[in-house]
Design a protein around this ligand. Structure first.
Ligand SMILES: Cc1ncc(COP(=O)(O)O)c(C=O)c1O
Length: 397
């Protein structure tokens, strides 16, 4: 399996594009450690083909953004028909209302909703709304919320901005109570699923303590939204936040994100300047309408069961080669992670399965889509079995 075309284009791109690519996790040194596919030629269902002509079963699925599968025929027809009518015009689109009606109530905390393009935009709007509603400034956070200033600690961000976001880890949950009781926070924003954390009890605890201290609880369901049997992590765990951020699976790969929440909180939004030219862009709204309706119609049970089987088979394979101390399978059936103790071993594993036609994610979730079927999973498990057997024995992969 060669990657010469990818490598050549990447070398040229580096001269024109800082990073060479647009998405941090797609940087070649992160994705396949500098020796794997970089550019895609075509994608269909659960498969993608790179520009060198290699075929893969994909479990990265656009970092979880594609849940129906790539380029499903009926989906393509639905958005193509919309494209023939209009994409973006001088007036708003009825699709905004239609989509809001589909999502309200399906995600329990969502009584009102606004649409955006990226996850970062939607999480930033949640923070603005929480600050306006509570009249407070600080945010307590656990997770990844995109690249905007309030959500990062790195180079290029003013110290004054950094001071307003306090970060915690799930194993420091006891600290949270003290922080919230001794200081005034506008909101606590968390990803409600991060590998094998948090437990339902930790989410319930957050709900209680935020209620008690007048702090808004914000769930970033950009990865989890529509990937859980009843539609969301909040319904799965039975813990309902004040605000919910959606993205990724919301529109099956088209750029759409959303902020939804309780009516009294969301009404505050009408007083704020939160606006974007592309908010009524109709292809993404149509894509989302098709996706949400299809998820509601078909349910995700088949995909969930397939993922459950995959998780338990990979755990069994790890055990059978005495590798259950080296790696474990964490997460949930539609988004799980083969978590290695040793980074070098993980690299070996990811590269070896990739070279056998299976794309798994380094240091993060593998995402199942509704297009993955039993044949894909059987083929994947055969490859995982062969690779782990070799690694377990210390053979070359
Ligand atoms: C939980 C979560 N929040 C926010 C974001 C940022 O979304 P985007 O990259 O669309 O801005 C991501 C992206 O990976 C995410 O997983």
């Amino acid at each position: 399996m060669g990657f010469e075309v990818s490598k050549r284009i990447y070398e040229e791109s580096l001269k024109l594009i800082p990073w060479g690519v647009q998405t941090g996790s797609k940087r070649p040194e992160f994705l396949f450690f500098g020796d794997g596919p970089i550019y895609v030629a075509k994608a269909k269902g659960s498969k993608l083909w790179d520009v060198d002509g290699n075929e893969y079963i994909d479990y990265i699925m656009a970092l979880g953004a594609v849940f129906l599968g790539y380029n499903r025929d009926e989906w393509l027809k639905f958005i193509t028909e919309q494209m023939e009518r209009f994409v973006l015009t001088s007036l708003s689109s009825v699709l905004e209302y239609e989509l809001a009606s589909e999502i309200a109530g399906f995600i329990p905390s969502v009584e009102m909703i606004r649409f955006f393009k990226t996850g970062a935009e939607a999480t930033s709007s949640a923070v603005r709304v929480a600050r306006a509603f509570t009249g407070r400034e600080k945010i307590l956070a656990c997770g990844y919320f995109g690249w905007h200033d309030w959500a990062n600690t790195g180079y290029g961000i003013p110290d004054e901005v950094k001071k307003l976001t306090i970060w915690f880890k799930w194993d420091e949950i006891d600290r949270v109570e003290g922080l919230l009781e001794n200081d005034e926070f506008a909101g606590v924003i968390v990803e409600p699923v991060m590998g094998d954390e948090p437990t339902r009890e930790k989410l319930e605890f957050l709900r209680d303590v935020t209620k008690r201290t007048g702090t808004l609880l914000i769930f970033d369901e950009i990865k989890t939204g529509f990937r859980f049997p009843s539609g969301s992590a909040q319904s799965y765990f039975g813990v309902i936040p004040d605000l919910t951020v959606l993205g990724k699976s919301l529109a099956n790969g088209m750029p759409l994100s959303a902020l939804g929440g309780k009516r009294d909180v969301m009404k505050e939004m009408a007083k704020l300047w939160i606006s974007t030219t592309y908010g009524s862009e109709a292809l993404s709204l149509a894509s989302s309408l098709f996706t949400v309706r299809e998820i509601k119609r078909a349910g995700i049970e088949k995909t969930w069961n397939l993922g459950e089987m995959m998780m338990s088979e990979i755990s069994r394979i790890l055990c059978s080669y005495g590798m259950d101390k080296n790696a474990k399978v964490v997460g949930y059936p539609t988004m799980f992670w083969v978590k290695f103790e040793d980074e070098d071993m993980e690299r070996k594993f990811i590269r070896a399965v990739m070279r056998r036609g299976i794309l798994l994610k380094r240091g993060g979730y593998n995402f199942l889509s509704m297009a993955h079927d039993r044949n894909d999973v059987d083929r994947t498990l055969d490859v995982v079995d062969e690779v782990l057997r070799r690694i377990g024995r210390g053979d070359d992969v």
